[in-house]
Write a protein that binds this ligand. Sequence first.
Ligand code: SF4
Length: 755
Amino acid sequence: MAFDLGMIKAVYAGMAERVNAARNAVGRPLTLTEKILYAHLYDGNATQSFERGKTYVDFAPDRVAMQDATAQMALLQFMQAGKPSVAVPSTVHCDHLIQARVGADQDLQDAYSENKEVYDFLASVSNKYGIGFWKPGAGIIHQVVLENYAFPGGMMIGTDSHTPNAGGLGMIAIGVGGADAVDVMAGMAWELKFPKVIGVKLTGKMNGWTSPKDVILKVAGILTVKGGTGAIVEYFGEGAESMSCTGKGTICNMGAEIGATTSVFSYDDSMRAYLRATDRDEVVQMADEVAAYLRADDEVYADPASFYDQLIEIDLSTLEPHVNGPFTPDAAWPISQFAAVVKEHGWPAKLEVGLIGSCTNSSYEDLTRAASIAEQAITKKLAAQAEFTITPGSEMVRYTTARDGLLDTFAQMGGVVLANACGPCIGQWARHTDDPTRKNSIITSFNRNFAKRNDGNPNTHAFVASPEIVTALAIAGDLTFNPLTDKLVNADGQEVMLDEPRGIELPTQGFAVEDAGYVAPAEDGSSVEVVVDPKSDRLQLLEGFKPWEGTDLKGMKLLIKAQGKCTTDHISMAGPWLKYRGHLDNISNNMLIGAINAFNGDANSVYNDMTRGYDTVPATARTYKAAGIGTVVVGDENYGEGSSREHAAMEPRFLGVRAVIVKSFARIHETNLKKQGMLALTFANKADYDLIEERDTIDILGLENFTPGQPLKVLLTHKDGSQDSFMVNHTYNEGQIEWFKAGSALNLIRLQSQR
Ligand code: SF4
């Protein structure tokens, strides 16, 4: 059994007491989101009310899931914590590194040889530390989590943005960076700003061509890509109850496209049915006992406007199928208007490829609905005009749909079944095209459609729709085709229409699989060796950073004074560098190469006082590091905004940066710097940024009395020997000061576990 029944039991055992304590503390009825969050406070029962959108709160998630790209650095870091095993049930999923080229079998084989060192590392480190390992080909992280681990009322984090997919099974599931996963696996608290709650009331019932995908495509149009920022979206109403559990998963999955922290549905019959179909009757029994806590209080549903920060209402009976795009998922077009919009914008009407599946839309229901359209291509003698691919979300889905003849139907329509992996959804797609400079259109049932996302080609116009609409449009080969109203001409020259899709929510013969691809970890991993090839350029074991030397930091050099926007992408660029995300030394060659030097306006060109000339930022940092000289990075406003990428904090630390002094920080990056044992400081007077000169030597004073709330002093010695000084603020609490002293948070955990 892959899932952890004991953990779920423990969560449900404490549910009533924790939710009741929260209701008392908050003093009003609670939304579902609040119930789950308050039931997962790190410090136990709630004793106070947290202000939504304001207060930072420590949580204790029940599980962690990691995909193979982000898991590498997370697990390398976890090894530093000196723990014998992870503190909460955790899993690794090999899904992102498989490239779609010709078809499932060959592609999988190629991935095994190309990524062997990464897979060997992930398998061995999982085995050692009690982490469930899902092999390449087992499936896509979010589909596998839904099938095996998600449970109503639970809370999990995952190192991937579409982790919210598990909200379809009533779980608060949040996408995070690797550093957060390390915290939770090491038993530390996980901090989140208590989110706002957006209510979406679904009335009526879907019919015809409309599917759950259209709900989220519509919501994306209403809220836009930023509208959900800092909020959890809670769906409710008769429309929610009439929808399948996997359909709910699709909606929650794409909540990432509106920037939402996550999305969630309350526990209902569709979840019961899905849990039973995936062999989890015990979870149903336990959830039924606490069912009242797995939905919002009645008063909330009776008067939602009084309890949600924002309320949206959608009538499913009148909701049209949508097509969203191109280049952004919030450009939402009802199908009845889409043809006109395509013409008006001059988007290529010829559809070149239709792609269905992915973690977003590869449920049994999705594939049966799409297959019911594909079948008509065969019976009505319609040759598909566009290429067509199918990406099953998991081996269980693939095996079951193969058994039930669905994959054969797709093949007869000319479809190619790809590996159970991310593939074209994340740009791992060797697309065959005769002319990459031609503007072209594709349509997918995936979630993201930013430029270059699928095939790396900026000329590709990617649209997003439900699997059944994608299939219909692939048959037509024409973006302006509306299957609800338009006819197609078949091989006999007759005009035919496609009938409405028909789906089966759960397989009547049950799900089946021969080898799901799960590898359970060793009971006692103490003698398991973690496999890392010392010659690898993709993986490198980490060495703990040195602890604080116990004195003020003196004689440091300015590495760069960055001007203007400096996001985590400027600090640690993605793209080709991602290959090295498990190798700190190699990936550090991208450190700050996107930041603009305030003294010359150039990127990746800074003064090197050792060589007396200009050099790249990483090379300059390496010269100082080799000479044992600490460095300082100076930055502007909101330094480190963007993602929670831990490399943006680890690289400077690795290359000898001791302090980052800025006008203001993006909070997550500030915390990441603290975790890596660096000084994250802000100018007490922002104008002091101007005092810093290119060839300054910098001292940071007051560290022997480093105390929460007490500013530190910076002394600048300029090239001509003159000096300036100013005060800098910090937000370190007692615990974080201990991280600094130990050299990093993980060093401290290791020291504590050795005691
Ligand atoms: Fe992310 Fe796409 Fe993979 Fe899903 S299928 S996990 S959205 S890359």
